[in-house]
Design a protein around this ligand. Structure first.
Ligand SMILES: [Zn+2]
Length: 121
């Protein structure tokens, strides 16, 4: 897909507030147009990280609302490009709803640098 088209889709097809509908086309986000963005190769990791972060927020925003917002449905909606079995989905929901959130990469690197070196006795 042309880079300019990717940028246009990313700019236009964004989620609106806590309702998680697309501001451009009004469909549930990620909308069909957004789902056409490339997710292969090196883009897979970036898309996975971005969509997992947004999924965590959506699980919180949409919890208890009427509609197709069961956690397992939201996982499949946000991670449409990831082959997941029901155990993967349960694990992901568990991680995303129990307060664990990935920090920015530099924070992780900093934490790792702060770990004491353990040497065998
Ligand atoms: Zn859209």
């Amino acid at each position: 897909m042309d880079r300019q088209l990717v940028l246009t889709i990313q700019r236009r097809h964004v989620p609106a507030g806590t309702r998680w509908t697309c501001t451009w086309c009004g469909r549930p986000w990620p909308c069909p147009r957004y789902r056409q963005l490339p997710t292969h190769g090196e883009l897979y990791g970036r898309m996975f990280a971005l969509m997992t972060m947004r999924l965590g927020t959506a699980l919180s925003d949409l919890a208890g609302r009427d509609g197709p917002f069961a956690p397992c449905v939201l996982v499949r909606r946000f991670l449409w490009f990831v082959p997941l079995d029901s155990r993967d989905i349960d694990d992901l929901i568990d991680v995303l709803t129990t307060g664990w959130h990935p920090g920015p990469p530099h924070a992780v690197a900093h934490e790792q640098a702060e770990q004491p070196v353990r040497r065998p006795a």
